[in-house]
Unconditional design. Structure first.
Length: 138
């Protein structure tokens, strides 16, 4: 399960274009659990529902792994192209966020800048966040 409202449209090289698409209008709606075997993804999800954590179930082991992150982690990449494995990455911005943000400035496109979610800190400043993996038996 990956509770998100949007997925980023990707170009032919699978780089995000910055255009957000409602997951409910796609085959990428993971708001309810979907078996990994039915997915073929290498996509950026955003507009994450922070009140519902993403998780992966290992039903044969009766384990559920929750993926919790702080509020700055506004994006997640899910890769499921390998048959025996997957990759889930919490991210503070979109893949290719620097180029998307720069294009948003050049085109005066605030929506693109927001979708990129590039965090910019002044010299000497710092920012912290967290990613937790919580394992529960059921």
């Amino acid at each position: 399960r990956l509770p998100a409202k949007s997925i980023m449209e990707a170009d032919k090289e699978l780089l995000p274009t910055g255009k957000l698409v409602n997951v409910k209008t796609t085959n990428f709606n993971l708001n309810n659990p979907v078996p990994l075997s039915k997915l073929s993804l290498d996509h950026v999800f955003t507009s994450l529902n922070k009140s519902k954590m993403p998780y992966i179930d290992y039903t044969d082991k009766k384990l559920r792994i929750y993926l919790e992150s702080s509020k700055d982690f506004t994006h997640a990449v899910l890769y499921t192209k390998e048959k025996s494995s997957f990759c889930f990455e919490n991210q503070t911005g979109s893949t290719d966020m620097i180029n998307l943000h720069t294009r948003g400035i050049k085109d005066n496109d605030r929506a693109l800048q927001k979708a990129a979610h590039l965090l910019i800190l002044s010299p000497g400043k710092k920012r912290t966040g967290y990613v937790y993996y919580r394992i529960k038996e059921y």
